[in-house]
Design a protein around this ligand. Structure first.
Ligand code: GTP
Ligand code: MG
Length: 797
């Protein structure tokens, strides 16, 4: 490729300067404002002056400017002719920042090759040659020394340059002559933590001048193709800027949107990309010209910047201000505060932009979390305590029969955690002894379930107060069995029903023997219930609150709880057990019978009377009924197909899927429901047949048969997502009674039940996907995949 060369045209340059001059003197003249600063170029023999021209950022968006160069220095040569000494890039904009950088305009008006360079993160340095072979080194708008004590950007760049030239056996004069003979400005990024830290780390051999462009010194923008830039970099000892070439603009868009999801590329956090290409404002009529746009990643970059600013505010005794990433930033600041207090020198260095990255990385390491994940946390505003591995206390706020003990037993079965039942403690001074028993168990178990109702605030106060008074650093997780006005009657009904069924099977409440008395006790708990309020003491003392629903059944609450613990205490619940494991734990827990009984007077346990009458009872295993028939489909396959399908679509379309994934609301196992027992009245024959087939196969989760399932498309709104499938079953043995056979992929939160897929798909049949004001979207699978399905019965809980 020929090296572009165009000589400066004196009249064009002088026209440009006059227009800038006019705008400087009279803002209204050109509709933009312009500032000129004159610098004496020190090392030059003849005392050459250069003028720096600076416009306001927003003025670059205006039409008809004499030049769009950002970073422009002019001078006069010995013949008194004006010339451009340094020429930066045309100001370029972020995607969507101006009309030209809207994707649809980019798709239409640009052509390749597209050169993508990492947006290096330092300060820009321009290098050019003057007439007398002086090498002119400038930062964006200035050159020379700032003061005697402080190193200017331009000067720091020059020192770097001297080093790199020496390494390739060349002088500043050589480089000045070369640049001048080509009529070019070399544009580089000075990235050097030893001089000044920005947001990303550049140390040792990573530090230096990254050459990323070479511009012709002309009013209009003309720049070297990247291969020539890289060649030049190699010749003159610059560090090369990494480059990606793409021919297809759609490929560019997909690539950028993909990297944006994490904000990191080839293993490091990046600020964004600059994309170089050719653009015509009207490709059929106007020629293409060199044109740049940028694609800046929001996160974790913005979060890091926020941390830096907040840290500086804190150091100077001001209140740090921040609006995003609230929780993690608060935690970071707490951490930073401790570090700064422990090391007084750190503050001073930090203000000079040293140690910024280390402090941030130390915090992330302490939290055991990646920057991109930390930036994602407040999507859910979730508390995440990655540093916690033990000393966790689970403390319910509940009433009688909410399923506390059942839940505790299931957890004990799953994870081997500790469990202290208040009901097993009798005699005097129960509250402190209860706490003591919990603390004792923490010595052997990472988590202990403190099984007590804590329905009233004073009970929580005692629990939290006594726990926090210990030497051990604990985290108390509140299992908040919500008692809302709308559900209170339902809670009453369900818990009473359970207790009646439980009969004598409890330490303090012997339902079958004195029903009336304990109904009163139960009602007393509900009446005295004081709801959780984390804005004030004592509930503010909980490190984490997990909402549970007393009407939902313990299996649901168990799942909610382990999911939430996994997300908030990822190093306590390292992975979520399979649904089968959860089922098994429930089976164990529901079969439990206490082996300790004592009687208490009316008010649920103030004073204990004769305690410890031991009674052995047999567990009553409940007979479980067939709840629904389903075709199970391999989890991996479905996940793979979904990942693939949502990869090729825009962020609007993939948003909900990513939300489900990030909030771990994608089902862990997938099935097509054939029929639920709730439909038995409508299809009595079919249900009877299914029940018989199930029993004939041996019940439980026995395999009833196999069939193929064709996956067609995925349909979703902002609440629920389902895959529309076709069941291939020539004998018509596996009849699906749902209007549209489907696999529910996931729901937004626990309040949206999987069966609502039916409503979604009914609406989809009616109005279709897409279109104005329609929230239903679909992605049709490019290749129809056939999955092998396994027909099984699923038992009720
Ligand atoms: P107290 O200790 O009396 O305050 O109650 P608790 O909150 O510990 O409730 P527990 O776990 O003892 O549950 C009460 C009864 O309901 C027990 O017989 C459980 O076996 C039963 N039970 C718990 N969860 C469920 C459930 O999800 N479904 C059904 N059907 N029964 C449940
Ligand atoms: Mg209990």
């Amino acid at each position: 490729m020929a090296t572009p060369y165009v000589e400066q045209d004196v009249s064009a340059v002088s026209q440009m300067i006059s227009a800038l001059e006019a705008a400087r003197k009279d803002k209204r003249h050109g509709g933009f404002s312009c500032k000129k600063t004159t610098f004496k170029v020190k090392p030059s023999r003849d005392g050459i002056d250069v003028d720096s021209w600076r416009m306001q950022d927003w003025d670059y968006k205006k039409k008809g400017l004499p030049t769009y160069a950002r970073g422009l220095f002019t001078t006069k040569n010995s013949r008194n002719a004006p010339e451009i000494a340094v020429r930066g890039y045309d100001k370029f904009f972020n995607v969507n920042e101006v009309n030209e950088t809207k994707w649809d305009v980019i798709l239409k008006n640009t052509k390749g090759p597209y050169e993508l360079t990492l947006k290096e993160n330092g300060c820009i340095i321009f290098v050019a040659g003057l007439e007398d072979d002086t090498l002119l080194v400038c930062s964006k708008h200035s050159t020379g020394d700032r003061s005697d004590v402080e190193l200017s950007h331009a000067r720091a760049g020059e020192i770097r340059l001297e080093k790199q030239l020496a390494a390739v056996g060349k002088t500043k004069g050589d480089l000045a002559r070369e640049l001048r003979s080509r009529n070019i400005t070399a544009v580089a990024e000075l990235c050097d933590d030893s001089f000044e830290e920005h947001i990303l780390a550049y140390e040792n051999d990573k530090a230096g001048l990254y050459l990323h462009g070479i511009n012709l010194n002309l009013p209009e923008f003309a720049t070297y193709p990247s291969n020539l830039v890289q060649e030049f970099a190699a010749q003159w000892g610059f560090i090369k800027t990494d480059l990606l070439m793409m021919e297809d603009v759609n490929e560019v868009k997909t690539f950028l949107e993909d990297v944006a999801k994490t904000g990191s590329y080839s293993g490091r956090d990046v600020e964004g990309f600059v994309i170089r290409c050719k653009m015509s404002h009207n490709p059929t009529q106007l020629p293409y010209q060199d044109w740049f746009f940028k694609f800046k990643f929001e996160e974790p970059y913005l979060m890091y910047r926020q941390w830096r600013e907040c840290t500086k505010a804190m150091i100077s005794g001001k209140q740090p201000k921040f609006k995003k990433h609230i929780k993690i930033t608060e935690e970071y600041l707490m951490y930073a505060k401790k570090q700064l207090a422990a090391n007084p020198n750190l503050s001073k260095l930090y203000n000079q932009n040293h140690g910024i990255i280390k402090l941030r990385d130390d915090f992330l390491a302490y939290k055991n979390i990646k920057g991109s994940d930390a930036a994602n946390l407040d999507v859910l505003d979730r508390v995440v305590m990655t540093e916690v591995t033990k000393n966790v206390i689970l403390a319910p706020i509940a009433t009688i029969g909410c399923g506390k003990t059942t839940l505790a037993l299931a957890l004990k079965h799953l994870f081997g955690w500790g469990h202290i039942q208040n009901d097993n403690i009798s005699g005097k001074g129960r509250p402190p002894r209860f706490v003591k028993a919990v603390m004792d168990q923490l010595k052997e178990h990472p988590v202990v379930f403190a099984d007590r109702n804590n329905a009233q605030r004073h009970e929580r106060k005692q629990l939290i107060g006594d726990v926090k008074a210990q030497d051990v650093e604990t985290r108390i997780v509140c299992l908040n069995f919500r008692h809302d006005e709308e559900t209170i009657d339902e809670i009453r009904r369900i818990t009473q029903e359970r207790i009646i069924e439980r009969g004598d099977n409890h330490q303090t409440i012997h339902a079958a023997t004195d029903q009336e008395k304990y109904m009163e006790v139960m009602e007393g708990f509900i009446k005295r219930f004081e709801e959780c309020n984390t804005n004030s003491p004592p509930d503010a003392g909980f490190e984490l609150v997990i909402d549970l629903d007393p009407t939902a059944g313990t299996r649901v609450n168990l799942e909610t709880l382990v999911n939430e613990l996994h997300l908030s205490l990822p190093n306590v619940v390292k992975e979520v057990p399979s649904p089968e494991k959860l089922d098994e734990a429930m089976e164990y827990a529901l079969g439990y019978t206490p082996d300790f009984k004592h009687t208490i007077p009316d008010r649920g346990g103030k004073k204990d009377s004769k305690a410890g009458q031991r009674q052995q009872q047999q567990a009553q295993p409940k007979k479980k009924k067939l709840e629904y028939m389903a075709i199970g489909v391999a989890t991996d396959l479905i996940n793979k197909i979904l990942d693939k399908a949502f990869k090729g679509v825009g962020p609007e379309t993939s948003r909900f899927y990513l939300q489900l994934k990030n909030s771990r609301r994608v089902q862990r196992a997938f099935h097509v429901t054939l029929m639920h027992n709730a439909m038995a009245p409508q299809y009595p024959e079919l249900w009877k047949r299914y029940v018989e087939l199930h029993e004939a196969a041996g019940g439980g989760d026995a395999l009833l048969g196999e069939c193929d399932v064709i996956l067609e498309r995925v349909v979703f709104d902002d609440r629920i997502m389902a895959i529309v499938v076709r069941i291939v079953d020539e004998e018509n043995k596996w009849v699906c009674v749902n209007r549209v056979a489907h696999i529910t992929v996931g729901t937004r939160d626990a309040s949206v039940k999987p069966k609502e897929s039916n409503d979604l798909l009914a609406k989809w049949l009616e109005v279709g996907a897409g279109g104005d004001g329609n929230v239903i979207q679909e992605v049709v699978f490019a290749d129809k995949v056939t999955a092998r399905g396994q027909v099984k019965g699923v038992l009720s809980r």
